[in-house]
Design a protein around this ligand. Structure first.
Ligand SMILES: [Zn+2]
Length: 240
């Protein structure tokens, strides 16, 4: 089985742009006393998770990204966990709820505002589901379009799977931080995926060890090409 990374098609005809954000999220975390890492991760998003039923004073804390102590992250995480999908990765900076804001321009059938966010038009999503692709869970975005034929976009909520193969990581890397578990590596180049860590029952997911990467199975890519859906490009990644 081959796996591919999704990238926005840079062609100038795709002028689509969203000025939108997720309503809630876990704050950043204060720097770790041991390794000094901290802040918030990028790319962790659960747009279908609705936190609106939580008490207003908690929602205020879940709308402020100013770093908080690890214990407070832990508390907020447990508050959110029952509302999140089973096995969801809930790290500092994880975002929740549908995109809200404004949009304009021309959108392809698939659209990536950022490398870590994939939106799919309603008709394309239906076609992909009908084709039998698995792991397609979309949330309608709440965006006002200043365009005549506004697209009906769904943002995909993705499970996280897949690790880097040790062969693509530097051999002299430090062990994870004993206090916070931070793994001290940057994205390997080129990326080699560990075959055993990749899902066999999903056609679209987020890379567990690099949450800004959205990956698709060979089946997904073949289906998108057969249906002639536009807006994204696919780059094959090595699997070992
Ligand atoms: Zn640390």
């Amino acid at each position: 089985m081959k796996f591919y990374q999704l990238k926005q098609d840079p062609s100038p005809r795709y002028t689509g742009n969203l000025n939108a954000s997720h309503p809630w999220g876990l704050p950043g975390v204060e720097p770790c006393p041991t390794c000094k890492c901290g802040g918030a991760g990028t790319g962790l998003e659960y747009p279908c998770v609705d936190l609106s039923g939580l008490p207003p004073h908690e929602l205020k804390k879940l709308s402020d990204f100013w770093p908080v102590p690890p214990a407070e992250i832990e508390r907020l995480r447990e508050l959110v966990r029952p509302l999140a999908p089973k096995g969801a990765v809930l790290e500092p900076g994880t975002l929740f709820g549908p995109l809200k804001g404004t949009g304009l321009g021309y959108f392809g059938q698939l659209f990536m505002e950022d490398p870590w966010s994939l939106c799919v038009r309603r008709e394309a999503l239906e076609q992909l589901k009908e084709a039998g692709l698995r792991g397609l869970h979309g949330c309608p975005i709440q965006v006002r379009f200043r365009t005549k034929h506004a697209p009906e976009l769904f943002e995909m909520q993705l499970e996280m799977h897949g690790l880097y193969h040790p062969d693509c990581l530097p051999p002299d890397r430090k062990p994870p931080c004993p206090t916070c578990g931070n793994e001290f590596f940057t994205r390997p180049d080129p990326v080699i995926l560990d075959a055993a860590s990749l899902p066999s029952d999903l056609d679209l997911f987020r890379l567990r060890q690099g949450s800004t990467n959205i990956l698709a199975s060979e089946r997904f890519v073949e289906t998108v090409r057969r249906l002639e859906l536009d807006g994204v490009l696919f780059q094959e990644l090595e699997v070992r």
